[in-house]
Write a protein that binds this ligand. Structure first.
Ligand SMILES: Nc1ncnc2c1ncn2[C@@H]1O[C@H](COP(=O)(O)OP(=O)(O)OP(=O)(O)O)[C@@H](O)[C@H]1O
Ligand SMILES: [Mg+2]
Length: 249
């Protein structure tokens, strides 16, 4: 019996006026898979993410998560179903400590504001935040204001926040963008750990080819809103069309 895809995107389309940002994209992500998305600037990667995540409404196409149709579901619905994300730009609260950022990220997923206000103050989130802080090697900065950290460290906090809700699938939009090259290896190691320890599945948009080729099990190449190829890193590296359109120099 074939295993059910974790995420199944079918013929997704999104236009902005005359611009067909996403022009009929289909792919599947399997449980436990790290799925990379690469492609030139403006090829529709972020628009595809935002459509999958309920941030924008696609013109057509369907999205299934664990066999359920989630097309048109809100970001809050999705996070409750177990889909998390990070954005291309940082979403940390600069004037809060790293630890409080993580606690707030988890609270966002645990019910209504009213419910939260009336809930006991410590509902185990502090412990969870501490475990995440250790896993992300952020102990030495846990009590500092997030805004005082380097960009790369804030990016780590941003990623850790996405994991506080214990999602089954996380979509990361350019986790290495703007990060000092010395920290990029650390992000890769962390994602590999989260993949192995929690059976975490990821879809990762990234322009850093070394990072993508090393981390991902399979890679989708988008060009002008369409899928040019899907394959293993070795297959993508050897694909002549991809070389000409994107990887070649
Ligand atoms: N809100 C919007 N309004 C109008 N056009 C948009 C909007 N968002 C994206 N576009 C256009 O859609 C196309 C795809 O953009 P998108 O941001 O999805 O690309 P991308 O692959 O994520 O690029 P990058 O690698 O630079 O992040 C581009 O031509 C972009 O200008
Ligand atoms: Mg983008």
């Amino acid at each position: 019996m074939m295993s059910q895809a974790l995420l199944k995107v079918t013929d997704l389309k999104k236009a902005y006026g005359a611009i067909q940002a996403v022009g009929g994209v289909s792919f599947e992500v399997q449980p436990g898979e790290i799925f990379g998305v690469i492609g030139p600037n403006g090829s529709g990667k972020t628009t595809m993410f935002n459509s999958v995540l309920g941030q924008i409404t696609p013109n057509s196409g369907s999205i299934e998560f664990k066999g359920h149709n989630i097309t048109g579901a809100s970001p809050l619905d999705l996070s409750r179903l177990g889909v998390g994300r990070t954005f291309q730009t940082l979403q940390v609260f600069g004037k809060m400590s790293v630890r409080d950022n993580l606690i707030v990220a988890a609270q966002e997923h645990s019910g209504s504001l009213l419910g939260r206000l009336s809930a006991p103050s410590d509902s185990g989130l502090g412990e969870k935040a501490d475990a995440m802080i250790d896993q992300f090697r952020l102990r030495h900065v846990a009590d500092q204001l997030a805004g005082s950290l380097s960009y790369g460290q804030q990016k780590l906090v941003d990623i850790a926040m996405a994991f506080m809700a214990e999602p089954d699938l996380v979509l990361l939009d350019e986790p290495c963008a703007g990060v000092n090259p010395s920290l990029v290896g650390g992000i890769s190691t962390l994602l590999k750990e989260l993949n192995q320890r929690r059976q975490g599945s990821f879809v990762v948009i990234e322009h850093n080819m070394d990072f993508v080729m090393d981390l991902c099990h399979r890679i989708m190449v988008m060009v002008e809103g369409r899928v040019m190829a899907i394959g293993t890193p070795a297959e993508i590296r050897a694909n002549k069309q991809v070389l000409d359109a994107y990887l070649g120099n």
